[in-house]
Design a protein around this ligand. Structure first.
Ligand code: DNO
Length: 349
């Protein structure tokens, strides 16, 4: 595995000189943040990012994300133009050493939580999702933590309305349409697409979601068979649903050569509905068996990129929720330990 760490560019409160001190780190996962969704990234922007990373002996082989324009997801008029731009972006990042692109196909909302500062007993805070709080949210008057600033209320209502006409089947067709155009470019450039699962993995506000479980992934891989049509195995996203068996999924999709990137984090299911809280990375603290997941990756020959995903805010840090330094660095150390143990045990046997 190649250990990486997400870096939000120059605006990130965590400098690259700190990232480079994480044991066994190989590179950063980053993106161009100042081009609107659907726009084209430039060689200069990529060169600059690559140079900044190289100054700290970090590579830049993973982009998270090149976002997909809503017109592509909705199959609207300008989608071909936006797909052309997407293909240009694949080419430009590939020219600068990128080998893996993480993206998602969730309508309107990417990840969704009801609390960004859930207080844990030990005084740390983490992201959480409470079913009881979620059902109280009025979709006509949305105020969601972390999302209020992303769209104006009118834009949001417009989007929600437009999606009412789009079924799961239609959204899936639009995904396949997109992949049939971009995957050949990836094949040519030697880059993999790694779709990020729905987070959480179920429909929200009546919006269809189509990357939530094995059945969804099987359909997607069958429709576009190239191995460059792959997956970001985000344990915390899939793992928020009790129906997903992460150990089985890790084994199955690694064996198929589909897992190009893994986001490793743990979640604790907190009730019989779908509530969950993000915890420290160790198996003991959450509902997922992180060690068994890593074993499944290693046993099946995983050699992709890994990053510690969302950490809590600990040690008094007031970091971007999910993306502080300390708990993600502890997560990285834990992940290193799990991989070393699994790799050595497997070699011995
Ligand atoms: C949340 C992240 C996601 C992810 C996108 C990829 O912290 O895991 O926002 O970057 O879904 O497109």
């Amino acid at each position: 595995m190649k250990l990486t760490f997400r870096w939000y560019g120059e605006k990130d409160s965590i400098p690259l000189r700190y990232v480079s001190q994480i044991p066994n780190i190989s590179g950063v996962v980053t993106a161009v943040y100042d081009v609107p969704v659907g726009g084209v990234w430039t060689d200069e922007q990529l060169e600059k990012l690559q140079r900044q990373c190289a100054e700290h002996k970090l590579n830049m082989e993973v982009i998270e994300s090149i976002p997909v324009h809503e017109d592509i997801k909705m199959g609207k008029g300008k989608r071909d133009e936006y797909i052309d731009n997407y293909c240009k972006n694949i080419e430009v990042v590939a020219r600068h050493g990128v080998r893996c692109i993480c993206y998602n196909f969730m309508p309107v909302f990417d990840w969704l939580r009801t609390d960004m500062y859930h207080k844990n007993e030990d005084g740390s805070t983490s992201l959480s999702y409470s079913y009881d709080d979620f059902v109280k949210v009025d979709p006509n008057n949305l105020h969601l933590p972390g999302w209020d600033e992303s769209y104006s209320p009118a834009e949001l209502q417009g989007l929600l309305k437009a999606y009412r006409k789009i079924s799961h089947e239609q959204l899936f067709e639009n995904l396949v349409y997109f992949l049939k155009r971009v995957i050949p470019v990836c094949d040519k450039m030697g880059v993999s697409m790694a779709i990020h699962p729905d987070d959480p993995p179920w429909d929200v506000f009546g919006l269809p979601r189509i990357v939530s479980c094995e059945k969804d992934l099987d359909a997607m891989f069958a429709a576009v068979p190239s191995e460059n049509n792959g997956l970001t195995l985000c344990t915390g996203s899939f793992g928020a649903s009790k129906k997903n068996d992460l150990v089985k999924m890790a084994a199955k999709y690694t064996k198929q050569g589909r897992v190009h990137f893994a986001h490793l984090r743990n979640v604790l299911w907190t009730d019989d509905h779908d509530s969950f809280c993000e915890t420290g990375h160790c198996s003991k603290h959450g509902s997922l068996d992180m060690s068994a997941i890593v074993c499944a990756l290693v046993e099946n020959g995983f050699d992709g990129y890994v990053r510690p995903d969302h950490g809590r805010n600990i040690f008094g840090e007031d970091g971007k929720p999910g993306y502080g330094l300390y708990d993600r660095a502890l997560g990285a150390a834990y992940i290193n330990g799990l991989f070393e143990a699994a790799e050595k045990c497997i070699k011995k046997s």
